[in-house]
Design a binder for this molecule. Structure first.
Ligand code: UTP
Length: 292
């Protein structure tokens, strides 16, 4: 069976972006002119996912509205002949998006557990909105290929610098062949200086449904939250869980400075924005003073 269902958890409080996220979900923060979550949905669709369940929470209605059809807006654009914009706001026909509410933000593990009935008894993907990955072969598609070879859970990892390891789930690798690691241990947010490696879990997962029996236990982990990494660690004791060092440029949009860098990089990829933006940055470099 191939991977056709994906969970996108989006029920976190987004405290690192307060006050912007007081009334607006962090997944709706725009990068250039598209909400972050649209990049994530696009990667899922490009990887062959047919059904997505977005786990939402309090104050997340804007996400549902965003992926719904907007009849009045579409009529208006049609009348005005703005077909390029019309295409941008129309619903994707290639994917069904469903929603479920996590009643309380008890942690990522709990958010995934909340979607168990939608997943049923099949392997599935998880994509976190905090990471955008660009690559010709989408990151999730790379993990799905590994799943198809191994028929085991596969966790996306990339190297991070040593002083950042306390912000991530980190793997303790056993062996490595062609970017694929067998894993001894998965540790969530190890204190600095104790990380078993600098290979960090980066928000893309393929999981077998057996993960739900461990999430069911609702064990509290790092930061007082129910952690997905802890359930993966338990799963790895009963069936093999691989880590795969995927290929691609990763943008961390859960952090303020990286969010700004991502906006600049993605704007530079746009024909309409590249030149004026470069000129503006050159001006700033020359004058080194704030300009309006
Ligand atoms: P984060 O910890 O990065 O997200 O969780 P957050 O809590 O929204 O943000 P900060 O740290 O307060 O700024 C990773 C992912 O898991 C989801 C988040 O929405 C995010 O996509 N999540 C987290 C849930 O869906 N439910 C939770 O209870 C916690």
């Amino acid at each position: 069976m191939s991977i056709k269902k994906a969970i996108i958890p989006a029920a976190g409080l987004g405290t690192r972006f307060l006050p912007a996220t007081k009334a607006m979900p962090k997944e709706m923060l725009p990068i250039v002119d598209r909400p972050t979550i649209e990049y994530i949905v696009e990667e899922a669709v490009d990887s062959g996912i047919e059904d997505i369940i977005i786990v939402t929470g309090k104050g997340k209605r804007a996400i549902e509205d965003h992926f719904d059809s907007a009849y009045e807006l579409e009529e208006n654009l049609l009348k005005k002949g703005k077909y390029d914009l019309l295409e941008k706001v129309q619903k994707s026909a290639n994917v069904e998006i469903h929603y479920i509410r996590q009643k309380e933000p008890k942690g990522l593990g709990h958010a995934i557990w909340s979607a168990r009935k939608f997943i049923g008894n099949e392997p599935f993907a998880v994509l976190l909105g905090d990471d955008i990955v660009q690559n010709k072969i989408p990151c999730l598609k790379q993990l799905i290929s590994v799943y198809e070879d191994t028929r085991s859970s596969v966790i996306g990892v990339q190297q991070v610098s040593e002083d950042e390891t306390n912000r991530y789930g980190i793997i303790d690798p056993l062996s490595n062949r062609d970017r694929l690691y067998e894993v001894n241990r998965f540790v969530e947010k190890p204190p600095l200086g104790t990380a078993p490696s600098n290979l960090a879990i980066i928000g893309r997962y393929i999981l077998t449904p057996e993960i739900f029996s461990f999430l069911e236990e609702h064990n509290i982990g790092a930061g007082g939250e129910i952690q997905l990494t802890d359930a993966i660690e338990q799963l790895n004791k009963t069936q093999k869980v691989f880590a795969f060092e995927f290929i691609g440029k990763r943008y961390d949009v859960g952090e303020k400075l990286d969010f700004i860098k991502t906006t600049i990089d993605l704007a530079l990829q746009r024909d309409d924005l590249r030149e004026p933006l470069l000129q503006y940055m050159k001006q700033k470099e020359n004058r080194n003073t704030p300009s309006i």
